[in-house]
Design a protein around this ligand. Structure first.
Ligand SMILES: [Zn+2]
Length: 145
């Protein structure tokens, strides 16, 4: 999957961004680039899991695996695929869509791959404060792909 620095301009499905909206990337991680880490906050992880489960957008027919997971010694791709995220006994598959949120700044979206919930829970990824705030506020973008 493509790497984008946190809060850099979003440039993937640009035709899905309405005029006047400024969209920024969050959580487009790649093993060639370090990412900020922290022990994930439980409430944040719960909320992120629920939003990813219920409000995924820009869903694609293909699946992305996690390049941060260590390769296994067997199999063809070498890594778990598709990626499963479990929370309180519930399980979702991620790697084929996005989570789009409205930040506190008017006209600004934050767009993360749905893998972000795996990055937070499995790889201790610490997303930008604006993303954490938008997740906790539950400000999902209502209408997109
Ligand atoms: Zn992983």
């Amino acid at each position: 999957m493509a790497y984008y620095e946190d809060l850099s301009p979003y440039g993937y499905f640009t035709e899905t961004i309405p005029p006047g909206i400024s969209a920024s990337c969050v959580g487009w991680l790649h093993p060639a680039h370090d990412h900020p880490t922290a022990d994930p906050d439980g409430a944040f992880a719960d909320r992120l899991f629920a939003l990813t489960r219920d409000h995924r957008s820009a869903v694609t027919s293909s699946w992305h695996g996690c390049l941060l997971c260590p390769r296994r010694l067997f199999g063809t791709g070498g890594r778990p695929y598709p990626v499963k995220v479990s929370r309180h006994g519930e399980e979702i598959l991620v790697g084929h869509g996005e989570l789009r949120l409205r930040s506190a700044a008017p006209g600004t979206w934050l767009i993360a791959p749905d893998l972000v919930v795996h990055y937070v829970t499995a790889h201790r990824y610490a997303p930008p404060a604006a993303f954490v705030e938008a997740v906790m506020a539950g400000r999902v973008v209502a209408h997109s792909l």
